[in-house]
Ligand binder design. Structure first.
Ligand code: ZN
Ligand code: ZN
Length: 204
């Protein structure tokens, strides 16, 4: 049973992903413009010495896992949330150092896509959660991703959907660090529209 350490850059927020590995979760890289906007939002707020969230293809390396398998051991009061629209995904991050935590759907969905920056691998990322299965939502990016890296996005998405269904059936949406028992977000999300973020990009 693999435990994966979680922490923000400054170390105030710490937690664990329990009983997770390449088979139990789903590692993929999302290139959608919403994930990019979230990365720029955090970079605009300031990411200190470690600004990098996006890879060279503007992708965000994430690990999809059941929300109930993620616990926060300290610093929960530093956790906050933003959305790119009234009804968008909840995008969680830490106030202390603007480290992305992950993306969730509503409070009754059993899933979080943990952003790579929040995972502190003790051995290696590949060793703990496997290779990136695929790049998904690549239609909006300009740079060509080599076929060897790209993988099958349709396979990876099908895999996410089947995981989601099985996690929901197994009740893995509770308990949740991010939502109350009634399914309400623990903090009121900050709404910041994509256009506003992208207008104000700061390059370090
Ligand atoms: Zn921090
Ligand atoms: Zn995305």
């Amino acid at each position: 049973m693999a435990e994966i350490k979680l922490a923000c850059d400054c170390g105030k927020v710490q937690g664990h992903a329990h009983d997770m590995d390449a088979i139990k979760g789903n590692r993929l890289t999302c290139c959608c413009s919403d994930c990019q906007a979230f990365a720029y939002y955090l970079m605009n707020l300031g990411r200190g010495n470690n600004p990098t969230i996006l890879d060279q293809y503007s992708g965000t390396d994430i690990f999809q896992m059941p929300i109930s398998k993620l616990t926060i051991d300290q610093g929960v009061e530093e956790i906050t949330c933003m959305r790119l629209s009234e009804k968008g995904m909840n995008r969680w991050y830490t106030k202390c150092c603007n480290t992305p935590i992950g993306n969730t759907l509503g409070g009754n969905m059993p899933f979080i896509g943990v952003v790579h920056n929040f995972m502190r691998h003790q051995t290696s990322r590949v060793g703990e959660i496997g290779q990136n299965r695929a790049y998904v939502q690549t239609h909006e990016i300009k740079k060509q991703i080599p076929t060897a890296l790209k993988g099958s996005s349709s396979k990876a998405i099908l895999r996410s959907i089947s995981k989601l269904i099985s996690w929901k059936l197994r009740g893995f949406h509770r308990p949740s660090v991010f939502f109350t028992q009634e399914g309400n977000s623990i903090v009121t999300p900050i709404i910041k529209h994509k256009s506003e973020i992208m207008q104000n990009i700061k390059t370090n």
